[in-house]
Design a protein around this ligand. Structure first.
Ligand code: SF4
Ligand code: FES
Length: 231
């Protein structure tokens, strides 16, 4: 089992308020790129925002200065209660064992980015991982899952296979569903709850920025059903 190293960068959650990001983390749009069948197949790096030092990102979905906080959470009476499980990922996840690789899955963390769908879905691909082509697709699909709901594991080493990310913050855009998605923390960013709780440090997590997730502070895909737009 591998444990993600903390990068030193932090996101502090304010009670019913924004996320304050410290550690000079770059901030950019990250768009879900699709193939001709409309399937999610690649991440496309987009606009970079100039940031210096600490910055506060909107968590309620109502700021007029998105992605930054403008204090709107107080005016709209935002309830940002953190309801997500605080158990480590591996305790929340179920495991599917394939011939050469395994898949862990913590369904509640799904951000609805759909990288798990092509090639017959990642839950089927894991059972075909004795085939090199299927194994390659399996590893890519699990690694492209932005929320870290899905993780690929090598059965022979017992290690997870994670993409390499510099510590950074992404703002997900989903043109196929005509909506904006969550805040994507990559590369081992420490998230600290409004009560001081230190969430498990992971290589990939997605934080709700539409204000409507039932699994705060994490995204649960609700932004797609409410057609949240970062405009
Ligand atoms: S967040 Fe992960 S599990 Fe959810 S749809 Fe996207 S790739 Fe699949
Ligand atoms: S941004 Fe995904 S549920 Fe809020």
């Amino acid at each position: 089992m591998s444990i993600q190293k903390a990068s030193g960068a932090k996101v502090q959650i304010a009670k019913d308020g924004p996320y304050t990001v410290t550690g000079d983390l770059p901030l950019s749009k990250q768009t879900i790129g699709t193939n001709s069948a409309g399937e999610s197949v690649k991440w496309v790096e987009g606009q970079a925002y100039p940031t210096r030092g600490a910055y506060a990102l909107c968590r309620c979905g109502h700021s007029a200065k998105k992605p930054f906080c403008d204090g709107a959470h107080a005016k709209v009476g935002f309830d940002g209660t953190e309801t997500a499980s605080r158990e480590p990922y591996e305790k929340q996840a179920t495991i599917s064992q394939g011939p050469t690789m395994s898949l862990t899955d913590a369904e509640k963390l799904c951000a609805f980015a759909r990288f798990c769908d092509p090639h017959g879905q990642v839950w089927n691909l894991v059972n075909e991982t004795d085939d090199p082509g299927a194994r390659k697709n399996f590893v890519r699909e699990a690694g492209d899952c932005p929320s870290g709901r899905l993780v690929a594991w090598d059965n022979s080493t017992g290690q997870s296979i994670e993409p390499t990310y510099e510590p950074s913050v992404g703002l997900i855009e989903d043109p196929a569903k005509k909506c904006s998605g969550p805040i994507w923390l990559r590369g081992g960013v420490q998230v600290i709850g409004s009560d001081g709780f230190h969430y498990e440090v992971r290589n990939r997590v997605t934080l709700c920025r539409c204000g409507a997730s039932q699994n705060k502070p994490f995204c649960d895909g609700t932004h797609a059903s409410i057609k949240f737009k970062d405009e």
